[in-house]
Design a protein around this ligand. Structure first.
Ligand SMILES: [Zn+2]
Length: 132
């Protein structure tokens, strides 16, 4: 009997019963990742990693992304990370600014649920990049 939990799946655009698995299933050619936990949606095959370095090592990083959303998130990080790494703004302050502009209680890149939403965040991040 495998462990499952309800998670939002971007591929299915709804809550699904995600199954806990490991890197051996997700990345068969990456033995270095075999011991890591992942939550997989068996309906569409997409998956999400976990906060595996914490005490709660099977806590998902966010919702289950599609490959397109994953790529869009990487794009956001490529613009966002240098801003706080440069020290122009603290990371937490930057994330609060995005949440404020997006009218969200909190902002986490791992919570982005659609390519449309990712593009909207990207626009906001680009504006911040030149404004601060
Ligand atoms: Zn799915």
């Amino acid at each position: 009997m495998s462990k499952t939990r309800a998670l939002f799946c971007c591929g299915c655009q709804g809550d699904v019963s995600a199954r806990l698995t490991d890197g051996k299933e997700i990345y068969p050619r990456r033995p270095d990742l075999w011991d890591l936990p992942f939550w997989k949606c068996d309906a569409c095959g997409n998956f999400v990693g976990c906060h595996h370095k914490t005490n709660n090592r099977t806590r998902p990083l966010g919702c289950i992304p599609t490959p397109e959303i994953k790529e869009a998130r990487r794009h956001i990080h490529r613009i966002l990370d240098p801003i706080w790494k440069s020290g122009r703004r603290a990371r937490s302050e930057l994330y609060s600014m995005i949440a404020h502009v997006m009218d969200l209680p909190e902002y986490h890149t791992a919570d982005i649920r659609s390519v449309e939403q990712a593009n909207e965040i990207l626009r906001v991040v680009r504006e911040l990049e030149v404004a601060i």
